[in-house]
Each structure stands twice: as structure tokens, then as C-alpha cells.
Ligand binder design. Structure first.
Ligand SMILES: Cc1cc2nc3c(=O)[nH]c(=O)nc-3n(C[C@H](O)[C@H](O)[C@H](O)COP(=O)(O)OP(=O)(O)OC[C@H]3O[C@@H](n4cnc5c(N)ncnc54)[C@H](O)[C@@H]3O)c2cc1C
Length: 382
């Protein structure tokens, strides 16, 4: 089989697949080189199998830096919805702005991609883990263990090792690209929080302090586990912890939980004083949580200001994304092309871009692919 292409995309995840589809639609000679035995494996895991593909509010504040601004303005929510519609995918939004396929099935998203790839006859090389790339006379040679592929343009769309176990950022090291420190993100947080509460969920307000500064405060759900905090609020806080860990060798961090955010301390105090129960807290909190306050002399205050120290983040194989990646100052945010080597691109999570829970990572994967598509079409059609 011919192994020379105009564009070689390394990585058949969300961003690589979208770029391949949108280039081939325009007649570009493109292939996908994928390390695993099938493409799109991570897509199946997203959104607990429902694939939270987009968010109706793609505010840049949901990302670790402003690099995605251009891509998310050019390919804003409406443009991305249109793009998915053009692939035949109907979407629906929940009441918090998270957008899913109407089927609520990540499988249906991947199946739509696979059908299109087959129809467009895009060459996909599976079990092809790329190890290095060289550039000679303006052309790239891309090496797996057993094969060499040649292309005018190379796109690194290898994501991160969050759950996939593969970390391929260093492939671009040969071109002078720097990699920032990598930390797992969107992951449970190790803490000394509450004893005997594993499996208990609680609606609460959580405030995250890093080096004595409050960096996050939100109402939502916490899930207590032995020695760690999980649930959507914990995942959101983990993004801030990971980003701080990328920037600093050590951080000092704690979480303050308000178990009764709708009430003032005085209101709670009054309620507790009038309670007919032997343990008045049982009338407010889950029994297992209430037990943790049995020695408190100031119950109303303590259940509004419960503090637990952040001891770290759970291991990478529990994480949804990685904070850190290829240094974005070395890439053009309007094209995703390297500033160090012409015709070298990077997309999605391999870049030092991480978004919050809520569809922000798949949104950037898609928008970055579409911005790169515009640039590549421009080049090849000149
Ligand atoms: C459990 C889980 C749930 C998630 N849920 C959501 C969600 O609901 N919404 C959301 O927005 N985000 C979610 N994410 C994050 C999101 O899936 C990723 O940010 C997104 O898939 C990144 O897309 P990508 O194309 O950059 O990389 P990936 O989708 O990770 O694809 C990278 C591909 O490159 C391949 N590869 C790696 N190295 C090589 C190599 N050397 N040679 C060849 N191929 C290689 C990998 O095998 C993989 O197929 C979730 C992640 C996980 C793990």
C-alpha cells in the first residue's frame, strides 16, 4: 500500500478523526495513524458513556489559558452544532448547558464517524504507534516500529495518557517543542475528609483554597469515598489543583465545605436549638456525615466551615484529562501550526490546553481540528 500522503494525522481520537473527515471531504489525501487496535476508543468512555460533546457556554475562563480563544470564537457553539448536524448527529442540551448526542450514547457518535470514514475511504493504519518523525527536504518521515510513512504535513493528535496509557508529546521534541509539566486533572481529590462516609453524596458549597487564596467556589454535589472526594464539584476543583501543580513544585491547599449553604449560621443555630431530636444534626445531614461532628462545640459554624486538607490527586488512570502538554506559545492559535517547523500541527489535548468538566475538552478537540483544517486547505489549495 502507498505510504505517502499529503497529510498524516497521528492519533485517531476525537480531534484526529474530525480533522481527517473534514480534510477528506475537501478531497485532501489524508491518513490516520493509530497506536491502538481501533480508533476513537476514548470517545466511548466520555460523559459516562453518554459523550458530553459540547457546552452551550464556551467561555474561555473554563480553560487553563487563553490559547483556545480564536478557535472557539471561529467555531463557536452554533458553528460546532452545525458541524455535527452536517454529520447527521442530532444533539440535546441539559439544564446546565451540557450538550450530548440526542441518543445519549457515545457509541452512536463513534459509529457516525466510522461510517463516514469508510464512505470517504480514509486510510486508517491501526496498531501503528508512531515513535519518531524526521524532516528532510521539506518532507516528513514518520516512523513506527515496523514502517515509515511520508507526508508533506504532519498533525500530532495523540491526546494525553489520561486512561489511555500513551503519552506521545515527546515526538515533537525533535523539532524543539517544549513540554510543560503534566498533571492528571478532572479526577478525585485525596483528602482527609470525613470518616465512615464512603459512598455518601451531599449537596454542598465547596470553596477551594490554594496557597491561602480562594480560587473556586460553587454549589454542587460531592461524593465522599475513603480518603478521597469525588463527584462533579471535586472534579471541577481538581482542575485548579492540577493547574497549580503544573506551575509549582509544591502547593498548600484545602477545601472548605458548607453543608447548608442556603442557611446562615444563626438560622442553623436557632434550628438546632429548637430541635426535639437527641442528635439535632440528624435532622439536617446524612447520619454518617453528622457523626463526624459529634465532638463539635460549635455545630452551626462547623457544618458551614468544614475544612479538609488536599493531599494530592488520584492516579492518572482515574483522570479524564491531563493538565500541561506541548507549550502553546510555540503554536499559532489561529491555525494550530508549529511556529518552529512549517507544516507541523498539533490538536486537542496533546497541547497544553485543559478544560473544565462539562464538554469543554471535546469542544476544543473539535474546534482545534476545524481551525487546522482551514489552514491546511489554504496551504494545499495555493
Ligand atoms: C473517562 C473519560 C471521560 C471523559 N468525558 C468527557 C466528556 O464527557 N466531555 C469532554 O469534553 N471531555 C471528556 N473527556 C476528555 C476527552 O475525552 C479528551 O479531552 C479528548 O478525547 C481529547 O481528544 P484528542 O483527540 O486530543 O485525544 P484522544 O481522544 O485521547 O485521542 C488520541 C489518540 O491518539 C492515539 N495515540 C497516542 N499516541 C500515539 C502514537 N504515538 N501513535 C499513534 N497513535 C497514538 C491514542 O491511542 C488515541 O486514539 C473524558 C476523558 C475520559 C478519559
Amino acid at each position: 500500500m502507498n505510504k505517502s500522503f499529503d497529510v498524516a494525522i497521528i492519533g485517531g481520537g476525537m480531534s484526529g478523526i474530525i480533522l481527517a473527515l473534514s480534510l477528506k471531504e475537501r478531497g485532501v489525501d489524508v491518513c490516520i495513524l493509530e497506536a491502538k487496535d481501533r480508533i476513537g476508543k476514548k470517545i466511548l468512555q466520555t460523559g459516562n458513556g453518554k459523550c458530553n460533546i459540547l457546552n452551550s457556554n464556551l467561555d474561555i475562563l473554563n480553560y487553563n489559558n487563553t490559547f483556545p480563544t480564536y478557535a472557539l470564537e471561529k467555531y463557536n457553539v452554533n458553528a460546532l452544532k452545525e458541524f455535527y448536524k452536517s454529520l447527521g448527529l442530532l444533539l440535546k442540551e441539559d439544564n446546565e448547558g451540557r450538550i450530548y448526542p440526542y441518543s445519549e450514547s457515545a457509541n452512536s457518535v463513534l459509529n457516525i464517524f466510522l461510517e463516514r470514514i469508510e464512505k470517504l475511504n480514509i486510510p486508517v493504519f491501526l496498531n501503528t504507534k508512531i515513535e519518531k518523525i524526521y524532516k528532510e527536504d521539506g518532507l516528513y518521515s514518520i516512523y513506527s516500529k515496523s514502517d515509515i510513512y511520508n507526508s508533506k504535513i504532519v498533525v500530532l493528535a495523540t491526546g494525553s495518557n489520561a486512561t489511555s496509557g500513551i503519552n506521545s508529546h515527546s515526538i515533537y521534541g525533535a523539532f524543539g517543542h517544549k513540554i510543560t509539566k503534566l498533571e492528571q486533572s478532572l479526577v478525585p481529590i485525596k483528602t482527609n475528609a470525613l470518616k465512615g462516609c464512603s459512598g455518601v453524596r451531599s449537596k454542598a458549597k465547596a470553596s477551594l483554597y490554594i496557597n491561602n487564596k480562594c480560587v473556586f467556589e460553587e454549589n454542587g454535589e460531592l461524593l465522599f469515598k475513603d480518603n478521597y472526594l469525588s463527584g462533579i464539584l471535586a472534579f471541577k476543583m481538581s482542575a485548579f489543583i492540577a493547574r497549580a501543580m503544573v506551575k509549582n513544585d509544591t502547593i498548600d491547599s484545602y477545601i472548605e465545605i458548607d453543608f447548608v449553604p442556603e442557611y446562615t449560621k444563626d438560622e442553623i443555630e436557632k434550628f438546632l436549638n429548637q430541635s426535639p431530636l437527641s442528635n439535632p444534626l440528624n435532622g439536617i445531614l446524612h447520619k454518617a456525615i453528622a457523626l463526624n461532628f459529634k465532638d463539635s462545640n460549635n455545630l452551626a459554624y462547623d457544618i458551614k466551615h468544614y475544612k479538609c486538607k488536599v493531599e494530592g490527586l488520584y492516579p492518572i488512570d482515574n483522570a479524564q484529562v491531563v493538565s500541561g502538554g506541548l507549550d502553546v506559545s510555540q503554536f499559532d492559535d489561529k491555525t494550530m501550526e508549529s511556529k518552529l517547523s512549517q507544516n507541523l500541527y498539533a490538536l486537542g489535548e496533546v497541547l497544553d490546553v485543559d478544560g473544565q468538566c462539562g464538554g469543554y475538552n471535546l469542544s476544543f478537540a473539535c474546534a482545534s481540528a476545524l481551525v487546522a483544517k482551514d489552514s491546511i486547505i489554504n496551504k494545499l489549495c495555493k
